[in-house]
Design a protein around this ligand. Structure first.
Ligand SMILES: Cc1cc2nc3c(=O)[nH]c(=O)nc-3n(C[C@H](O)[C@H](O)[C@H](O)COP(=O)(O)OP(=O)(O)OC[C@H]3O[C@@H](n4cnc5c(N)ncnc54)[C@H](O)[C@@H]3O)c2cc1C
Length: 436
């Protein structure tokens, strides 16, 4: 037998489990641990609620969870409830698939003011992640600034821009839908240090901004290089820039009240406000010969009531596990952290790629793991003994299915589910307490 503990039940954790079943065959025994009783990581709590088709991927993970060699063990926070060393004493191998749940900091004055939120928190709030249910982002000002030029920034802007009716059939958390219904937001400004050629948007995500019921995108024509410069871009990026050029040509349309404005070539310098955010100061930039953004003019002040920073994520360190502070992920060499200790997904390579990238990543790491000898550890029998000794009540996949059924039953008409957002309630449902 080969006993493997995978910490984290997001895409990387499930792909690692699938890879272990393939590589080790009948000898594999895989425990997938998560601090929450709900599996699927950012597929549940990151992927946008109005992109339900992407969430279909969980069917594949469900098949893995139902394999008799696999166990889902919810409500175990590794590093808090049990240490990695303890896991290594129970299991032959430990694979960390804990993702990158912390926002990268902006590193500018004022970023701790109320009303400055990271995208992990904002996205977690509208997606009903229990850690962020009480975020209450201020939506009472006509302008919101989103910092970042990637898909997460677009997700944040799009959710703010959609009508409550457009969102009602999604699985957006009820508290977010209600707050957005009352929101005063009229302008969403996407601030990026560089220009249209440097964005990290994907075509579908960007194009969607041009198809919203009550919002139009707007790009300054002056921000583009001459059209012939687009020929130097690789074809995918060229199509993205074509969409941005279309947005610039159309401009805001008077019929739709919300504008999603791209503020290219602007460096966020300071966030201003007394009790809460009142404005952000940005400095115009230009690109130097090496492609770096350098300051190019006097600062401008954009009055706003909410600043969302969507500039990337960091893994949360776990005591005793080597950490790469600069990169914000576990220190690893092709997925190996140390003897019998591995990492996959965002915890290994940082926040990049699509859901599918985690599959390639996890399969490669497990392929390496499978070539190492088994340490002859006892596996889940020893782990269960440890949990009992410590009085830790865990949940399993059947408990998750009970939560799932409850959420589906509570859904608004036309919506796929209404998530349980309170950790106490999640625990009660998972651990089998009667539900009102
Ligand atoms: C806002 C947003 C939107 C996205 N949209 C898309 C999209 O549309 N399409 C796409 O292809 N990709 C999308 N992605 C990317 C995709 O979500 C990631 O590639 C993927 O989720 C990373 O997988 P992971 O398993 O490494 O991490 P995660 O999905 O974050 O999973 C980590 C898991 O580990 C658990 N965990 C963390 N710490 C501990 C601990 N100490 N103990 C126990 N458990 C722990 C967490 O609860 C979580 O379940 C999006 C990402 C974001 C942030």
């Amino acid at each position: 037998m080969r006993h493997i503990a995978i910490v984290g039940s997001g895409p990387a954790g499930f792909y690692a489990a699938e890879a272990a079943l393939k590589a080790l065959g009948p000898d594999a025994r895989v425990d997938i641990l998560d601090r929450l009783p709900t599996p699927y990581g950012l597929v549940r709590a990151g992927v946008a609620p109005d992109h339900q088709s992407i969430k279909e991927v969980v069917r594949r993970y469900e098949a893995v969870a139902l394999d008799p060699r696999v166990r889902f063990v919810g409500l175990v926070d590794v590093g808090v409830d049990v240490t990695v060393d303890e896991l290594l004493s129970c299991f032959d191998d430990v694979i960390l698939a804990t993702g990158a749940p912390r926002d990268r900091r902006l590193g500018i004055p004022g970023e701790d003011l109320p009303g400055v939120v990271g995208s992990a928190a904002f996205v977690g709030w509208y997606n009903g992640h229990p850690d962020f249910r009480d975020l209450a982002p201020p939506l009472d000002h006509p302008t919101v600034v989103v910092i970042g030029n990637g898909n997460v920034a677009i997700d944040c802007a799009r959710i703010l821009a959609r009508t409550p009716d457009e969102l009602a059939s999604s699985d957006i958390a009820q508290h977010a839908l209600e707050a957005l219904r009352k929101a005063q937001v009229r302008t969403i400004r996407l601030v990026g240090r560089r220009g249209p050629h440097q964005v990290s948007f994907t075509l579908k995500e960007l194009g969607e901004l041009g198809e919203l019921d009550r919002a139009t995108p707007w790009v300054e024509a002056a921000d583009f290089p001459p059209p012939e410069a687009d020929l130097a871009l690789e074809p995918g990026q060229r199509r993205v820039v074509e969409v941005l050029r279309r947005f610039a040509a159309t401009g805001p349309d008077g019929r739709r009240p919300i504008v999603v404005r791209f503020d290219f070539f602007r460096r966020p310098a300071r966030i201003l406000g007394r009790e809460r955010v009142e404005a952000i100061e940005v400095v115009p930039t230009r690109l130097d010969e090496t492609g770096r953004a350098v300051d190019a003019g006097p600062a401008e002040v954009i009055p706003c009531g909410l600043v969302i920073s969507a500039i990337g994520y960091r893994t949360a360190p776990i005591p005793g596990v080597a950490f790469d502070e600069r990169e914000g992920r576990f220190a690893n060499e092709d997925g190996r952290i140390g003897p019998r200790l591995w990492c996959v997904g965002w915890a290994r390579r940082g926040p990049s790629g699509t859901i599918g990238t985690n599959r390639t990543d996890a399969f490669a790491v497990v392929e390496r793991l499978a070539t190492t000898p088994s340490a002859g550890r006892p596996g889940r029998v020893a782990f269960d003994r440890l949990l009992v000794a410590r009085g830790i009540a865990t949940s399993d996949f059947a408990d998750w299915r009970r939560i799932d059924a409850l959420e589906v039953a509570r859904a608004r008409p036309g919506a796929p589910r209404e998530k349980v957002v309170d950790l106490g309630e999640l625990r009660r449902v998972a651990l089998g307490a009667p539900v009102a």
